[in-house]
Design a protein around this ligand. Structure first.
Ligand SMILES: C[C@@H](O)[C@H](N)C(=O)O
Ligand SMILES: C[C@@H](O)[C@H](N)C(=O)O
Lengths: 160, 160
């Protein structure tokens, strides 16, 4: 196994905005991000899963300070695009397993998910890259999640 | 603007598997990835958006060579988890804008999405990190997408 886990990162300054049921056709992603960028709102995660019935949900996260403005932009877009609705959450935290060579390691992801599940922590969103497996969970679980993952991946041992 | 775009990467060896309508409660993500990892199937992307009505869709990509085995695992899981169904696609390609400091740049993402939209390329999935904005599109658009993004981000100029 070539993966090397270097640590746990988290970001509790984010808010999530989802435009639900947007048309799944060319131009929609641009139609959403364009106005968000024009409003000078920075975006961290963008998550969109495969659609069904020609529609899908489009989610992105922003800094909590930009939430109100982003929410206004998104509500207007939802009407303009004929979306099903808008769902948002400010009680979120992004927790990431950081490492190298983590891509292709179903075992590492499942270990991370098992550890969180064992503490009753629901995983609201998942997004991965070669260097990070990120989950979005409810912010009240931040400390428990970080402690749990440190233990599961034996990251707390270097200091003992 | 502190972002630096270094290039376009793509992976045409992937297949996508989605378990649609899985229960959105602790333990489900682990219940899916566990058996996939146990079957020695490597996983590249994992994408899960926020749920609604206590359910969500769970998507991951594997190497095309592992598609048949992954498909068997997923179909069995869908039954076991009481999921709505399974959707899969082997006609996909992952195209990524690679750089540094790309996080927080709604303008970069919207430029990427606009460029693809202008060529009529539908974006099936989106997943982002600080160093990559990745989209999954239909594989027939690979060459067009890469050429379009090189032009949009002026990455073809170094060689002229
Ligand atoms: C859907 C799945 O991610 C579930 N929410 C879990 O925590 O395992
Ligand atoms: C939903 C959105 O991503 C759409 N498929 C697009 O290509 O813009």
């Amino acid at each position: 196994e070539d993966a090397l886990i270097s640590g746990i990162a988290f970001n509790r300054d984010e808010a999530q905005l989802t435009i639900a049921g947007v048309p799944d056709r060319p131009g929609i992603a641009a139609a959403i991000l364009g106005p968000v960028g024009d409003a000078n709102i920075e975006v961290d995660m963008i998550v969109q899963n495969v659609g069904a019935d020609a529609s899908t949900d489009f989610t992105f996260t922003v800094h909590k300070n930009d939430y109100d403005r982003a929410s206004d932009v998104v509500k207007a877009l939802a009407v303009e695009l004929g979306a099903k609705g808008v769902r948002t959450a400010t009680d979120i935290v992004k927790v990431s397993l950081v490492g190298v060579g983590m891509r292709s390691h179903a075992g590492i992801a499942s270990k991370m998910f098992k550890a969180l599940a064992a503490e009753g922590i629901n995983i609201r969103m998942i997004s991965t890259s070669e260097i990070k497996i990120s989950v979005v969970i409810e912010d009240k679980y931040l400390e428990l999640a970080v402690r749990t993952l440190h233990r599961a991946f034996e990251l707390d041992q270097a200091k003992s």
